[in-house]
Write a protein that binds this ligand. Structure first.
Ligand code: ARG
Ligand code: ZN
Length: 474
């Protein structure tokens, strides 16, 4: 999706990667730069994010994903048609999608059937006629089979995770291609529509708003519409036996909560506080960025974490109050403003963790400075291995360890103490407003902090973000 301000820089990177990585396969017959050389070339097979080098692709910008599918938990069989609308950002004779799902039967581009190949997570399409830069094109991918989970560098699972009554669907940082052909990187957001047909009695819960729900011949079809741009890793269409509750926050935002009946009691306190969490965060961070909110509380014991799936965070067991606050705060920081590179993950996890500390204080629990000083945070001994990871580059194995969460939140609190509440809260609001529905990098946050505070913060960010060791002066 077109991303006005930062896109220039991001696009330049993509094009460079494209030239570098496709030179060999397309070299035959085309002398680059020579007069009359073909203008068409292959889109890059990557956006060049070092944590997940196969993620994302170049040469196009996705506008919209439409996925229509049936899924039967009894057989775990999925039958799907994905329609992807994109704009070519270069003259393309080949492009890739990221896909690790079941067997593909056909791929069409603008209605013409095409050859395709699969290599690792790359679904490689050679459109004919070729695609001209600036033109919108439509890719339809039909596939069927049994989708499954993907294992991350930290050993956790994501993607399409079958449960005892359906499937838990979550995609951070690389799970979306388990079930949907995508340009799988947060720098290419799009709108989404999911139409899921599941056995009657089950509910399919997606991001955004429920457009329709119809039961016929023993199957129910749910259509979910995500109207604001979304990163692929935040997509879900989770299926199960759910108790559904619909309400609205005092400020008028629709709330849709789906809970596995076995988890209702254990999640009651967290669910009851969703409206006041949304209101507290809106007052602190600026307006809630999406048209609806809610939660999906499912039983997926092998997953063991929650995720901030857009508009409706997903939980793999009963939801606690702290985790609910964390996942709802991500709607501003992570979902609306996404990381430009996965090494920027502290901008997600540090912010959501700090928001959780603020919510605890707001509701009469420990103050943020008590939490900052506690033994799981600044109170850790300087000799603890905790301090031995660089926050601004934790690596793919540690991107969801307690470093981005706790050291990230501590960094924000230390910044607040250094520059004062006025500048600090202006920064939090400006971060959400300036990069809304977009992506941003650590360097952007440093620049914003210096601008809003009027201070040079090189030494501060150096010790907190770029150096190992327990910060002592800043
Ligand atoms: N972003 C999620 C949260 O903290 C955690 C996702 C963990 N994912 C993983 N593959 N380990 O809210
Ligand atoms: Zn988080």
């Amino acid at each position: 999706m077109t991303i006005p301000r930062l896109q220039g820089a991001a696009l330049a990177t993509v094009v460079l990667v494209a030239v570098g990585s496709v030179a060999a396969p397309t070299a035959a017959g085309a002398a680059p730069g020579a007069p009359g050389a073909a203008r068409y070339s292959a889109g890059a097979a990557s956006v060049g994010d070092p944590y997940f080098p196969d993620q994302g692709n170049g040469g196009y910008d996705v506008q919209h994903y439409d996925l229509t599918f049936s899924y039967d938990p009894a057989t775990r069989f999925m039958d799907a048609t994905a329609t992807i609308t994109a704009v070519a950002t270069q003259d393309l004779d080949r492009f890739n999608l990221d896909f690790r799902g079941p067997k593909v039967s056909t791929v069409t581009v603008n209605g013409h059937a095409h050859g395709f190949t699969r290599r690792g997570q790359e679904l490689i399409v050679t459109p004919r006629p070729k695609l001209k830069a600036g033109h919108t094109f439509t890719v339809v991918v039909k596939y069927a089979g049994v989708p499954g989970p993907i294992t991350d560098p930290d050993g956790s699972i994501e993607g399409w995770v079958p449960t005892d009554d359906g499937a838990f669907v979550a995609g951070e940082p690389q799970g979306a291609p388990a079930w949907l052909p995508t340009n799988d990187h947060p720098t290419d957001k799009a709108t989404f529509r999911f139409t899921a047909r599941v056995p009657a009695g089950l509910t399919a819960v997606g991001n955004g708003q429920l457009l329709s729900q119809k039961t016929r011949d023993g199957w129910t079809t749910f259509t979910w519409d995500s109207t604001e741009p979304m990163a692929t890793y935040l997509a879900t269409i989770t299926i199960g036996n759910f108790q559904v509750t619909e309400s609205t926050t005092p400020s008028g935002i629709p709330v849709y909560v789906a809970i596995d009946p076995r988890l209702v009691a254990g999640s009651a306190a967290a669910v009851a506080q969703i409206p006041q969490m949304i209101d507290f965060f809106s007052a602190t961070f600026g307006p809630y960025p999406f048209a609806s909110t809610g939660a999906i509380i499912d039983r997926a014991p092998d997953v063991g974490y929650a995720l901030e799936t857009q508009t409706k965070p997903i939980f793999s067991s009963a939801a606690g109050v702290g985790t609910m606050a964390h996942e709802l705060a991500h709607q501003w920081y992570g979902d609306s403003v996404s990381p430009e590179r996965w090494s920027d993950i502290w901008l997600n996890e540090g912010f959501a963790t700090y928001a959780q500390w603020m919510y605890t204080e707001h509701t009469g629990g420990a103050s943020v400075s008590q939490t900052f000083n506690s033994s799981s945070n600044y109170g850790r001994a300087a000799s603890s291995p905790f301090w031995q990871t660089v926050l601004a580059d934790p690596g793919p194995e540690e991107m969801f360890s307690n470093i981005p969460y706790n050291r990230g939140a501590m960094t924000l609190h230390a910044l607040r103490e250094k520059i004062g509440d006025g500048a600090f809260f202006r920064i939090l609001r400006a971060w959400a407003a300036n990069h809304r529905y977009n992506h941003a990098a650590t360097a952007d946050f440093i620049a914003l902090s210096e601008r809003e505070s009027g201070q040079k913060l090189t030494a501060f960010f150096d010790v907190w973000l770029f150096q190992k060791g327990k910060p002592t002066t800043w």
